[in-house]
Design a binder for this molecule. Sequence first.
Ligand SMILES: Nc1ncnc2c1ncn2[C@@H]1O[C@H](COP(=O)(O)OP(=O)(O)O)[C@@H](O)[C@H]1O
Ligand SMILES: [Mg+2]
Length: 281
Amino acid sequence: MVMLVNVIEAHDVSFTYPGANGTALRNLDLIVKAGELLAVIGQNGSGKSTLVQLLSGLQLPSTGLINIGNTEVNDRNLASIHQQVGIVFQNPGSQFVGSTVAEDVAFGLENRQVPSDEMPAIIKRCLQVVDMWEYRHTSPATLSGGQQQRVAIASVLALQPKILILDEATSMLDPLARQQIMNLLVNLRQQGLTIIMVTHHLSEAEQADRALALNNGEVLAEGPVHAVLSQQKLVQQLELHLAPGEHLLNQLQQLGISTPDRYLTTEEAVQWLKQRLNLTQ
Ligand SMILES: Nc1ncnc2c1ncn2[C@@H]1O[C@H](COP(=O)(O)OP(=O)(O)O)[C@@H](O)[C@H]1O
Ligand SMILES: [Mg+2]
């Protein structure tokens, strides 16, 4: 068996915002291995974004220790941490600096002082990965939310992070755009990127390898994703969003109608229902 490297190690990490009464994150232990996709779930205010900030060196732990690769997150190592961790946030429009999609990807490369003759190949590769190459001359402002998030991901990937963190990056997108981002993340994970994804959507969380559930700043559950998500009470407590198809199938189940015992996308649920109703169109 291959021993996977620990990319993130957090030991007994707590964090209190300056001047705040409560502790935003308490006694967190976490190990993320290379190439894992970790879903971070929990209600609003449970500490998810605080964790993201700590793992990316945007905040430093009040107590405890975080290692990213072999680098401790502290005020002397921030440049190295920022190089290893790329973040995509919730609001797509707020992240753009270039007047075209290609310029936007180039901007981060310029900041890192990547030689300009190396840039076109990197820009092309990253925009192709997110399926946005044909939009390279387009203004980011005119793109859909899903397209904007794909460009934001390309801009981060261009900097070759070890870890990609998405903090509710799909929450403003429609279901199709969300699915496109998820497909992209699953592909990137297969290529060995370590990914942490904060989400309220059950349909996204269940595509991860592991899940970390936070509640009121503490770890409520952590483990293989199906072990965590199969705890129905827990999932209810976390207020995860169900897709319309999941709602429909849940209702049917409650009526005693047997439904597939795996997750169906809305489209698959519609197909399944059509078959049950013997509809041909
Ligand atoms: N900048 C801040 N200053 C003070 N308290 C904050 C700040 N940001 C978040 N908090 C508090 O920390 C806790 C965790 O917040 P956050 O990590 O943003 O949760 P989540 O991302 O899960 O919604 C909440 O109680 C929130 O009010
Ligand atoms: Mg948040």
